[in-house]
Design a protein around this ligand. Structure first.
Ligand code: AKB
Length: 317
């Protein structure tokens, strides 16, 4: 069967990279990129079919499904943790209604596979902080976090009730050079590279020893494609899989950057609201279920991430 893959939220940090990766696998015309705005990162690889899509507008979304009859849908449009706290109702509405619109249309149009990203934000202050297991107490206290947790329950429900093949990953903070993150708590881990190269200094909004699970974008894209390629019987978890990455603090990231830019200086802001969000999240994650079920294996450690980020960013900054 020839694939038609609709990527909703294609202009974001993940979408930009995912569209390029999918076009590399399936061909340019098989991937329909879509977003609420025209693309921000018009790289040559990303040029191809594009639609303006507002996931809150059911009619608009339906027209795109009718026109392209997608065989797979990746729904990436979301409001992240930090912006979600500034616009709680909008974050809930976009993250929840957007998902439900897509799940309903996917059932109606008999879409073969759906991908929807969850996050480490589904965990909360009473979840185990170290090596956080797949199943444990979950009491997220951000709108983003509990919208993702509710979304996971909906995904599992659509799989069980309607047989929809929906798959999901709990992404850690993602570090990539091709596109910037927008409005998350882990954004510092991308900003730090830009500022180190531009100014040689960076004021971090999280404290020096705030450990969070982080992953290089190349690993995140590979995880996404291998989850989506796995035979359905290998996908034992239909809510969302833990994905660990590596546990990184701002201090450790800065000291690795200093190995390449010896004059780089980091300072730390006091009283940033994102600190409380970071403190409520796990410091490290157990992703043994992903390793067992669909053979997940991480490639990028901290030195490799820093080397690759600096090499690539230098060529575009
Ligand atoms: C955020 O910081 O909000 C996101 C996430 C961890 O899901 N990057």
């Amino acid at each position: 069967m020839s694939e038609k893959i609709l990527v909703i939220g294609a202009n974001g940090q993940i979408g930009t990279e995912l569209v390029a990766a999918l076009r590399g696998v399936y061909g340019i015309d098989a991937i329909i990129a879509s977003d609420i705005r025209e693309p921000n990162y018009p790289t040559s690889k990303n040029n191809g079919p594009f639609e303006i899509v507002n996931v809150l507008d059911d009619d608009n979304l339906r027209k795109v499904f009718i026109k392209h009859q997608p065989t797979q849908v990746y729904l990436l449009a979301a409001i992240l943790s930090a912006i979600g706290e500034q616009k709680p109702k909008l974050a809930w509405d976009l993250n929840m209604s957007g998902l439900l619109h897509v799940l309903d249309l996917a059932v109606e149009f008999k879409v073969a596979k759906v991908f929807w990203p969850s996050s480490i934000a589904v965990f909360g202050p009473h979840s185990p902080q170290f090596n956080t297991p797949q199943y444990c107490v979950m009491d997220p206290n951000t709108v983003y976090g509990f919208s993702k947790l509710a979304g996971e329950r909906w995904c599992e429900y659509y799989f069980t009730k309607y047989g929809l093949d929906v798959r999901s990953l709990r992404y850690p903070g993602l570090i990539g050079w091709r596109a910037n993150p927008g409005g998350g708590t882990t954004d510092y881990a991308v900003q730090i590279f830009h500022e180190a190269l531009r100014n040689g200094t960076y004021e971090c909004f999280l404290s020096a020893n705030t450990a969070l699970p982080m992953m290089y974008m190349d690993d995140a894209i590979r995880a996404t494609l291998s989850l989506m390629d796995a035979p359905p019987d290998k996908i034992k978890i239909r809510s969302s899989y833990n994905l660990a990455g590596i546990s990184i603090t701002p201090a450790a990231l800065a000291s690795e950057i200093k190995k390449h830019i010896p004059d780089f200086e980091i300072s730390f802001a006091e009283h940033d609201p994102r600190q409380a969000i970071a403190d409520s999240w796990p410091k490290s994650i157990d992703d043994s279920a992903a390793q067992t079920d669909w053979a997940w294996a991480l490639e990028y450690d901290l030195p490799k991430i820093v080397e690759d980020m600096l090499k690539n960013l230098k060529s575009i900054i």
